[in-house]
Design a protein around this ligand. Sequence first.
Ligand SMILES: Nc1ncnc2c1ncn2[C@@H]1O[C@H](COP(=O)(O)OP(=O)(O)OP(=O)(O)O)[C@@H](O)[C@H]1O
Ligand SMILES: [Mg+2]
Length: 371
Amino acid sequence: MRVLSVSVRDFRCYEAAAAPLGGGLTVICGPNGAGKTNLLEALYFGCTGRSCRTVNDREVLRFGSRTARVVVAAEDDVGPHEFSVGFTPGEAKRMTHDGAPVERLVDLPSRPLVSVFLPERLDLVRGVPALRRAHLDQYVAALWPARAANRSAYAQTLAQRNALLARLDHGGSRATLDAWDERLAAAALALMEDRAQASSELAVAFAEIAAALGLEADPEVFYRPRSQAGSIEEFQAELRQRLSSDLERGFTEHGPHRDDLVLRHGGRQLRTYGSQGQQRLGLLALLLAERRVISRYRAAAPLVLLDDVMSELDRDRRHALVKVLLNDGGQALITTTDEEHVPFVEGSDIALVAVGEGSVLIPQAPAGGVR
Ligand SMILES: Nc1ncnc2c1ncn2[C@@H]1O[C@H](COP(=O)(O)OP(=O)(O)OP(=O)(O)O)[C@@H](O)[C@H]1O
Ligand SMILES: [Mg+2]
């Protein structure tokens, strides 16, 4: 699925605007406050039905307007496709796929997958494990949509076991707990297997891309499960060992809801010891490695949206990033205040879109450092 363009109406600072996307790298260029990030957000909104910057949809509505609307035009081998999202406060969001209403865009088997880098997403590298766990599960779901069910099955079973733990003192039965332990163990093993398999594929791509981006000293990513169990019985035994402390706490302490995805370089966690630049490279390498693996399983590589990444990278690393983006194929979009920050790569597919202060976007013939 290739994205051809995004059109918006009353979205953030745009009254009405449309921007084309190139088949390779599209560079959105303009001064501070011009509307670059808003445009990137509009693409995300149009492909997923939600914002990548806020959980409050009202924020995307242009000041003083009633309805925000985004339309993403795309094409695949079959032909053209259209995805649209309309938002009016107080009403359910209206989403369509090729003109037909849909409940959720993200559930569509064929829609443009998107992966987004925003400066605030650095929390993924330096924040709590729960963020990386959720991200890992999203990546598993992007790789193998059917396996998303394993994640929710585990969460549901865990909630049931926790409810039972809380009741045990008041007449809940041990036999019932044993039955739930077995179900929880089965769900846990399936989830851990998905995460482990997805992470091991990721490890190779991450090491390669991180090194190419100039993250020195053996960059690595690996899955760190809490449980060492290799079978349902072993997981049940782990649960039994911790039963008294679980009863004290009133919830299940052990299991894949405590796992982490570890990013390291030089044997040390980026989360704790990485510089800001190294953490940024780690996050970029993670997103691009996921894209590389996903493109092997799905019809097209996810569209990567990179907001404001160039200004924070040194010259060599900017070069390296553009090279990785172009070599891996698929579509990518970068916002920048300075087109000179996107290095020229001979014969490559780079399109430039200039964003002005008004509401109209002007596709430009590439100039300066961008071709
Ligand atoms: N709901 C809204 N309605 C109208 N304007 C908005 C809304 N939300 C944000 N804006 C405005 O949109 C403008 C552009 O914002 P945007 O974040 O896209 O800028 P940018 O080009 O990414 O700038 P920078 O280079 O500083 O990151 C800002 O002036 C902002 O105040
Ligand atoms: Mg911005």
